[in-house]
Design a protein around this ligand. Structure first.
Ligand SMILES: [Zn+2]
Length: 502
């Protein structure tokens, strides 16, 4: 009987945010031991994918620790130490019972004092488990994946869709390939090519050209005879690290040259398209977006999704302030992170009237807290199983939350930071989505799975927060030369900077 250990440590780190991410943020969504299988079985998550392959192949699962939190500032030294110590010690404890390890990492985690803590973790795991211990890693499409990091695992697979509706599928790809390697059916060889570019997350939507066509090529390349898997990681622009940028990773069955050719070919395509990739959609400021929305609404186009995508703390107020100043038609603002406002609303109680400040607390770039007066239309502990296409079946826990409604704008304030990406916020808080002309979201790409089918139009509002579309103005200090568009050096042709036969 084969036994596989399952574990994960997942965080997309915005290094520019001033506040550190502490252990409590991870513990809020951590599970251990048998709890991992009960939490994730059947869900559209990486762990859900790991578990389904194990079940289909009669593999016994040993849960170690799975910890994750929403994108936020650098992981504190203490939090990374505690979580990685626990993961490594649990892996060590199960080393002799488990035949291999299925691991979920993001690819863009940064800890205070460590630019690549995932590399540190993999090095520690290799130290205790040995160089031949089977390890597969499933990562996020937004990972900054250096060859050094990727080549520490036998198998690395990443999401190919953003919105990441293929999380379970990716976990399943990684688990299936690891099992095939363990039984000697395949001899995976991995090649890594890095095109020397990074895009703002807003332009990493995989159904927007030209990335849509490049991703189609990636999927085609993965079907070539002799190729086992291909991933295009788009990188994460808001982690200021030397490893920043896109990565193409190709796994071939024993054929190194084929893996290299495949990775190089797709990397060269990215270089070719880099200008177009960086200008994939029009951008609006709050005023021009509201003008455009008014124009579209007058033509009967509704609802209009306004995307305040640069918000990395789920509490930007640039757009909300402009809407209050100008006046707007019926507007919903789901999931604005503000625990103090949520608590005040809870104290006022259902039907009560509240004057409070909202948002603008995550950093000086999030805008000022705005003064807002409205009636409490909902208050309570908001915890539910996600029904949208992204992370389906996973539990969302927003903590004490409230709807504060001034008759024009209804804001859902939450105690835990979470980006609204589907229509659950409306149904959970007793709001009718059809009532709203404008919906303000803060998602980058994930909202598209639920909102593209129902939105009359999507307007990208580029406000001056820590996740802007224009990367040039951000205070990068660690990006090496040659990363388009940040350091603007001459592009590579897709140079192979790592190759191994692990
Ligand atoms: Zn992602």
């Amino acid at each position: 009987m084969t036994v596989l250990a399952i574990s994960g440590l997942v965080h997309e780190t915005v290094t520019f945010l001033p506040e550190e991410t502490n252990l409590a943020a991870f513990e809020h969504r951590a599970s251990r031991g048998d709890e991992i299988a009960t939490t994730f079985v059947g869900s559209n998550t990486v762990y859900g994918g790991f578990l389904s392959v194990c079940q289909d192949n009669n593999v016994t699962v040993e849960g170690l620790i799975c910890a994750e939190c929403a994108p936020s500032g650098p992981v504190s030294k203490a939090a990374f130490q505690a979580l990685s110590d626990e993961l490594v010690s649990r892996a060590t404890l199960w080393r002799d019972e488990a035949d291999g390890l299925l691991l979920h990492l993001h690819g863009a985690m940064v800890a205070r004092g460590d630019n690549d803590p995932e590399l540190t973790l993999l090095l520690r795991l290799r130290e205790v488990l040995g160089p031949d211990y089977p390890i597969a890693v499933a990562m996020d499409l937004h990972g900054n994946v250096s060859a050094e990091k990727a080549l520490l695992a036998d198998i690395v697979c990443g999401f190919r869709r953003s919105p990441h509706t293929d999380m379970a599928e990716t976990g399943a790809r990684a688990a299936s390939l690891l099992l095939a390697k363990m039984t000697g059916k395949i001899k995976p060889v991995t090649a890594v090519a890095r095109p020397g570019l990074v895009l703002p997350s807003i332009f990493t939507a995989t159904d927007v050209s030209p990335l849509r066509e490049i991703m189609a090529e990636v999927r085609e390349a993965a079907k070539q005879p002799g190729i086992l898997d291909v991933t295009l990681f788009m990188g994460f622009a808001y982690a200021d690290v030397p490893e920043i940028g896109a990565t193409v990773l190709a796994i071939a069955d024993g054929d190194e040259a084929l893996a290299i050719r495949t990775a190089e070919r797709i990397s060269a395509r990215l270089v070719e398209e880099r200008e177009a990739l960086y200008n994939a959609a029009p951008l609006f400021d709050p005023d021009t977006a509201l003008d455009k929305a008014a124009e579209l609404l007058a033509q009967g186009v509704r609802p209009i999704v306004l995307l305040e995508h640069a918000d990395r703390g789920n509490d930007s107020t640039h757009l909300l302030q402009t809407m209050l100043d100008r006046g707007v038609p019926r507007t919903a603002v789901p999931y604005l992170h503000d625990p103090i406002a949520a608590m005040a609303a809870g104290s006022s109680g259902l039907g009560g009237q509240l004057m409070t400040t909202l948002g603008g607390k995550s950093s000086e770039m999030a805008g000022f807290p705005v003064l807002f007066t409205g009636f409490i239309k909902y208050t309570g502990e908001l915890r539910y199983s996600i029904t949208g296409p992204y992370r389906t079946g996973e539990t969302n826990d927003l903590g004490l939350s409230a709807v504060i409604d001034n008759g024009k704008i209804a804001v859902i304030v939450t105690s835990h930071s979470m980006t609204a990406v589907d229509t659950d916020p409306f149904t959970q808080c007793g709001l009718d989505i059809n009532e709203f002309d404008i919906i303000v979201l803060r998602s980058k790409t994930h909202f598209r799975a639920a909102y593209e089918p129902i939105a009359g139009a999507i307007l990208i509002v580029d406000t001056p927060d820590w996740g802007p579309a224009d990367l040039i103005g951000l205070p990068y200090r660690n990006v090496p030369p040659g990363i388009f568009p940040i350091t603007m050096g001459p592009p590579d042709d897709g140079i192979i900077d790592g190759l191994d036969d692990v």
